[in-house]
Each structure stands twice: as structure tokens, then as C-alpha cells.
Design a protein around this ligand. Sequence first.
Ligand SMILES: Cc1cc2nc3c(=O)[nH]c(=O)nc-3n(C[C@H](O)[C@H](O)[C@H](O)COP(=O)(O)O)c2cc1C
Length: 315
Amino acid sequence: MPRDRDLPRWLMAALMRQAPRLGRGIAQARVHWAARLGSPPVRAGRPAGGDGDPPAPVKAMGLAFPNPLGIAAGFDRRGRLGRRAAALGFGCIEIGSWSPHAGAALCHPPSAGDAVLGINVGLGPRTSTTHALDDLLAGLREAWRHADYVAVNLGSPQAAALLCPSRLGELQRLLGSLKGQQRRLADCSGNWVPLAIKLRMEREATAPPPIVKHLEALGFEGLILACDAGPPATLQRYADWRLPERQRQACHQVAQAAELLDGRLPLISVGGIATAEHVTARLDAGAMLVQLHDALVYEGPWVARALGNAAPGRA
Ligand SMILES: Cc1cc2nc3c(=O)[nH]c(=O)nc-3n(C[C@H](O)[C@H](O)[C@H](O)COP(=O)(O)O)c2cc1C
């Protein structure tokens, strides 16, 4: 198999415009092969990514992240890449979303590597909110023996109704049941796996969802905040993130959530992060870790190396 040849960005953009499924398949294949080969292609004696010191490690959710950069859920749904993401310069990878309706097992075989492994569990595509808890409990059970942390995805369109302010009590009970399951699994396995929640904030949202201020009392251990319009992920959407105003809005949303959490829970920011400046701005706004999805598709497998230098770790 040939080494990744640093596919030109315009070619990837054209592919994503004309044939997004094929484009994503190619992006995933590039990432898998790059991780197997393990070092960036060398051009004129320098690596294609950044060439300074790697960013500092971060402690969050009781876990040691080798650096603050992670791969967001949806890129490596089944965990084919998994912990090998470390070879690309990522400190963490979140695989999934997985639900009991996914039709395939998670994480087989578990890959060797040094990246922290999060598993994102969610509702099946046709699961109603009445049966949300069943899917999430099954996901947590399935993820438990593989994951360093589990992310409960409430950012999907299927989960949106659960976040209506009028259903706050119901959502708190659902999350309380997940915490109960976490404690039972810990008792049986002798192993503690932290639980984080993934929530989405639309561009127009003026405040984080009301559940954010209850997460600590509920015993959750992290919040993943996606500043993201949700599907479909278009090339235009990726391009819009280059606008400074769009980045400022996302930082403002991160700062609002960080203020509500008041340093008691780690905040992970995802959505529109593609440059070292974006990483620094999200960390400055209050995030402890960041995740990328589309930048890996458009910028290629070595994007974390390129971003790494500007991302100081927060202990
Ligand atoms: C094709 C695609 C599939 C995704 N699948 C999932 C998913 O299964 N679970 C999830 O929590 N997020 C999923 N996401 C959302 C990403 O994790 C991330 O929050 C979003 O893409 C914003 O980050 P970005 O701007 O870096 O792409 C998906 C995103 C895309 C583009």
C-alpha cells in the first residue's frame, strides 16, 4: 500500500462536494494507513505536520490525556482506528456513536496504542425518547469493558426532544438511572469508567441547555459541548468556520458553559476546530480538551501534529 501522499486539500474538497460518502471513505482510509505507517511523510527534510514540542498532557475525568487533542465521535464509528490515533498525534479518540441497533459489535478487535479511548453511546436511529434509557443502558454495558470513558450522546436529532426545558425532570431521572448502572458495573468489574454527556448548541443558542447546571449534582464527570449545526455536514459548513465571527460565537458558548460548570467538571469543546489558533481560543475560553472531526477529513491525517504546538495543556 502506498504511503499517504499528502492529498491536495482542493482535491479532498472537490471529492466531498461531488461524492461525500466516497470522500469520507477516502479520508478514513488515509487516516488508517497513516496510523499504521506511524510517521508523517517527510518533505524537504521536515515532517508535514508541526515540528516543535508536542503539547502538554492534561488530567481530566481522572484520566491522563497525553495531549488535549481528540478525534470526535462519528469518524471512527466501530473503533477500527481506536487507540492507534496516538500515532497521528491525538491524545484521545471517541469512537461510536454506538447503539444496540447498530447491527455490529463495538471495537473488535480492540486496537493497541496510547490514545485515551472514549466510547460514545447514543439512541438508535428509530428509537423514541420513551425507549432512550434502554438504548443508553445497553450502550453503557457494551462499552464498559473497552472504554476509558463513556460519552452519552444527547446531541443527536433523536435525543433533541429530551432536552426541552419542560422535560428537565424526566432527563434528570434518565441520567440518574445511567449513573446507577455505572455504579453497578463498577461493583461487578472493580473498574471505574467515567461518564460524560455530549450536548449540542446551535449557532443561534443564547445559553447552554438547562441540564448543564445539574450535571455535577447528578455525578457526571465531563461535558462535551458541540458547537455545531448538526447534519448534513457540508463543505460550506466547514468553510464557514473560517469566519472569525463564527469562531468567536463558539468561544462565547464555551465560556458560558464553563461559567456554569465553574471548574467542577472538565469541558471538552468540539465544532469547527481546524487551526492552532482555534485550539488556543477554545482552551482560553474554558475548555480543557478539544475534539476534531471535519478537519481530519479535509486537512488529512497529520492535522493533530500541525495543531499540536499551539495547544498548551491545562493540568
Ligand atoms: C458524518 C458525521 C458523522 C457524525 N457522527 C456522529 C456520531 O455518531 N455521534 C456523535 O456524537 N457525533 C457525531 N458527529 C458529530 C461530530 O462528533 C462533531 O461533533 C461535529 O462534526 C462537529 O465537529 P467538526 O466541526 O470538527 O466536524 C458526526 C459528524 C459528522 C460530520
